[in-house]
Design a protein around this ligand. Structure first.
Ligand code: SAH
Length: 350
């Protein structure tokens, strides 16, 4: 057993041919059972490394709740059904959804069981606290253990961006996988590329130095979810940092105490994320014959569901301080300079 995350990575590098892939590096840094970032940290909020939309304000969860209830009604109110959250963090989103649903549509709550997919025992404990008053909650380490015989309403907020990606770099008409190695001279982690080129079938033109990213695990999970939706019926809603295109580019980033940091520093103590390729997600769903929405920005999604009017309604009954906080939250969730444009939304259904 190694004592630190850095040692665990050095060990993996030692066992590798020329270095570990970006995906292996992310996997150890984020999810190593002993040293991984999510295994030992509460990264959310002002004291953590970043703030996610459900942690900004309850209005986010309220709007998602309205969307889910409407979708359930549109599906003909199937009973029973599973409400699934992928990577629930502190459990805030599901708690907020259930809180509002209990008030506006008890029938929705009476017919569901809640299923949280979470790999971190540390965060599972936080989720148990957040959902202490709610019955019928089960945790799963992987989506493989979700129920197989009832419709699924699935939500994933900032889930896919936490999953490992591989990176390839274009050099003299060939693609080479980017690796993390140990530099003896500097006694630090360093970047290198695999000496053998990779056969990638990329349908767009690249120039020297371009980077192409792919997340095998994201694609596997999406494939699995879409097959289930087809079989069991239901809907999945994904919200994440992401892009819509044949994008080339390096989107891997490290966040340490609300600041961008070097990806190879602070192993196991900082968040590593990559932007999600929404076109790839949509493609998987369409290939299986599912219906997909347009990929829209978070601002446009929330606004089309009435977040502006909803916020104003809450403000009419709020104290001056609460009203000001709501204005700040609304801005944070929808402004282009904040989360409004960078975050994308895609829903897929049977
Ligand atoms: N949805 C939450 C948290 C996002 S952070 C929010 O919006 O606040 C990413 C979450 O995914 C964390 O809970 C992390 O532990 C979890 N996670 C990371 N990799 C996972 C995997 N392979 N399977 C399930 N959960 C995972």
């Amino acid at each position: 057993m190694t004592d630190t995350c850095l040692e665990a990575i050095k060990q993996a590098i030692k066992l590798s041919e020329e270095g570990v892939s970006v995906a292996e590096y992310m996997q150890v840094c984020l999810s190593d059972p002993k040293h991984g970032y999510y295994m030992n940290n509460d990264p959310f909020g002002q004291a953590g490394d970043f703030v996610t939309a459900p942690e900004v304000s309850q209005i986010f969860g309220d709007i998602i709740c309205i969307f889910l209830i409407q979708s359930w009604i549109d599906m003909g109110k199937p009973k029973p059904f599973a409400l699934v959250e992928l990577g629930p963090g502190r459990g805030t989103l599901t708690a907020d959804i259930m809180h509002l649903a209990n008030n506006v549509m008890p029938e929705f709550c009476r017919n569901l069981s809640i299923h949280l997919v979470e790999t971190s025992p540390f965060l599972k404990e936080k989720q148990q606290q957040a959902l202490a008053n709610i019955e019928n909650v089960e945790w799963h380490n992987t989506i493989d253990n979700l129920p197989t015989d009832i419709p699924l309403l699935i939500i994933g907020n900032e889930f896919f961006d936490a999953l490992p990606i591989r990176q390839f770099i274009f050099k003299q008409e060939k693609w080479y996988e980017r690796l993390v190695c140990w530099n003896e001279k500097t006694s630090k982690l360093d970047w290198t590329i695999y000496s053998k080129s990779s056969k990638l079938n990329i349908p767009f033109k690249a120039k020297d130095g371009d980077i192409y990213e792919i997340s095998d695990i994201t694609q596997d999970i999406m494939q699995n979810i879409c097959s289930r939706l087809k079989e069991q019926k239901g809907l999945a809603l994904f919200i994440d940092y992401g892009y819509v295109s044949d994008g080339l580019g390096d989107t891997l980033q490290a966040l340490y105490k609300h600041k961008y940091a070097d990806i190879l520093d602070n192993c196991g103590e900082q968040d590593l994320t990559a932007h999600v390729d929404f076109s790839a997600l949509e493609q998987i769903a369409s290939n299986l014959g599912l219906s997909t929405t347009d990929i829209v920005t978070q601002a446009s999604f929330l606004q089309s569901l009435g977040i502006e009017q909803y916020t104003e309604k809450l403000q009419a009954k709020a104290t001056a301080k609460q009203a000001e906080d709501l204005t700040t939250a609304y801005h944070r969730l929808t402004a282009t300079s904040e989360m409004g444009s960078l975050f994308k939304v895609l829903a897929v259904s049977y």
